[in-house]
Design a protein around this ligand. Structure first.
Ligand code: NAD
Length: 451
């Protein structure tokens, strides 16, 4: 089945129909129409998958997909055009340029936490770049996955952009096949398997992985505002966001304030009982519920801590004075638990970050411009937002991706187009002026004589 779909996609790609810009634009417009016409169905599927609030779905997923489509439609001619480059003395009269060209068939493997954005944003780039693409959404967000499988063929070319549903075994079947690029979003354990499988065919990969994204709050900043912003970013989608602040680093003297401001904000956002709030989500499944609950073992939360396994509900939870070597601080939390680790100052925070794997995102709350620049300069991460969380993700002109263990390759806007294109080096020379070439032709005597 997977082999047959790939074969169809390959044949459709080889037919050349994905290549003309008019076709790419027409497919992008159709995708745009799908998002507009099916917003309610998409929101309902997400409500069933992760109890996501109907209000959050447009804000968190659909607007970003729509913006990516709009941008690609507007800029496609510019992105796809040949780019003349600087020439050397020996190529001065030649035509020298870079021609972006499609790679072939791209495999897009998405994760469950934002099942639409994580499959469709790469797909926008794949279509714009003139590729075919096989889309494999996550089996864990089942309703979204089935809906995508039902909708996409009604709007897009069925052979060029098929959807494969199913779980690990279907993904593994796909990974045995030869694609021209694999674009994977998910955890690093499966990411390594993807890269291993891709290596067998020398297929290039983009790996959008996760990790622990630190959030440093400086004692001299507006801590109340910082905590409001952190609270939103941590608990939206029930903490299941790859760039959610994973933990807070702050000095002991403001830890109490941080806890109180977060408590106050939670009350404002989700009321006295977040379980009853239409704005607060649920954990994706029992396995993740158990995993997150086990991370809390041995700790007494200062905020939250309640749970209900019948609904996969875990309250927004804050834990203070968390030891740096605890399990909570070893693996990505990917749930609504927010540990606070105290550090003695900014330098200590920088060392703390640098002693660990390179994170996907770094958040700094600070009012001192010099200190901000210092922290950016002395650390590394896929991306960084200062005095807010996650906002760098929303800027299409910024490359979104990880570094080191948090991933490789990047996307959004033109970056997706470039990631899924081959940048072909082209030189066109005329057959005239043959005398110029004598300097490089044998025999040696003649070359020496010309010098
Ligand atoms: P997941 O379980 O949905 O897996 C992701 C994809 O990999 C799915 O399509 C699944 O079918 C496939 N898969 C799972 N196990 C596999 C295996 N053994 N072999 C082959 N394929 C397999 O998602 P997840 O891994 O739980 O996702 C959460 C992780 O993804 C977190 O670490 C999060 O930070 C990361 N993430 C990263 C981004 C990003 O943009 N960088 C976005 C979202 C999530």
């Amino acid at each position: 089945m997977e082999r047959q779909l790939l074969q169809q996609a390959k044949e459709a790609f080889v037919s050349g129909r994905a290549r003309p810009l008019e076709f790419r634009l027409q497919q992008l417009h159709a995708l745009q129409r799908m998002i507009m016409e099916k917003e309610t169905e998409i929101s309902t599927a997400l409500k069933q998958d992760i109890s996501r609030s109907q209000y959050d779905t447009p804000l968190l997923e659909l607007i970003s997909i729509e913006n990516e489509i709009k941008l690609a439609i507007e800029k496609l001619a510019q992105w796809a055009a040949p780019r003349p480059v600087e020439k050397s003395l020996f190529t001065i009269s030649d035509e020298v340029y870079i021609q972006p060209e499609p790679l072939g068939v791209v495999l897009i493997i998405g994760a469950w936490n934002y099942p639409w954005a994580l499959t469709l944003i790469p797909l926008v780039g794949a279509i714009a770049a003139g590729n075919a693409a096989v889309v494999k959404p996550s089996e864990l967000s089942k309703c979204s996955s089935l809906l995508l499988h039902a909708l996409l063929p009604c709007y897009l070319d069925k052979d060029l952009y098929p959807v494969v549903t199913g779980g690990v075994s279907e993904t593994q079947q796909l990974l045995r096949l030869r694609f021209d690029h694999i674009f994977y979003t998910g955890g690093s354990t499966a990411g390594k398997l993807v890269m291993e499988a891709a290596a067998r065919h020398l297929t290039p990969v983009t790996l959008e992985l996760g990790g622990k994204s630190p959030c440093y709050i400086d004692k001299d900043c507006d801590v109340r505002t910082a905590c409001r912003r952190v609270t939103w970013g941590k608990f939206v989608n029930c903490g299941q966001t790859c760039i959610a602040p994973d933990y807070i680093l702050c000095e002991p003297c403001i830890q109490g304030q941080v806890v109180e401001f977060i408590r106050e904000t939670l009350l404002e956002f989700y009321g006295a009982d977040p379980k009853c709030s239409p704005d607060y989500g649920r954990i994706i499944n029992q396995e993740h519920f158990n995993r997150i609950m086990s991370l809390m073992e041995g700790y007494t939360p200062v905020v939250g801590g309640q749970s209900d396994s019948s609904q996969w509900y875990i309250a927004p939870t804050v834990l203070k004075d968390v030891p740096p070597h605890s399990r909570l601080m070893q693996e990505e939390i990917f749930g609504p638990l927010l540990p606070i680790v105290t550090v003695s100052d900014m330098e200590d925070a920088i060392n703390f970050i640098n002693e660990r794997e390179k994170p996907l995102a770094l958040y700094i709350f600070c009012s001192d411009q010099k200190a901000i620049k210092r922290m950016i300069e002395e650390t590394t991460s896929g991306g960084v937002t200062v005095n807010d969380v996650m906002m760098h993700y929303t800027v299409s002109s910024l490359p979104f991706g990880g570094v080191g263990q948090s991933g490789m390759g990047h996307y959004h806007g033109k970056h997706t187009f470039d990631q899924l294109s081959h940048q072909r080096a082209c030189l066109i020379r005329s057959l005239k002026m043959e005398r110029v070439n004598l300097a490089r032709y044998p025999p040696q005597d003649r070359r020496r004589a010309r010098r």
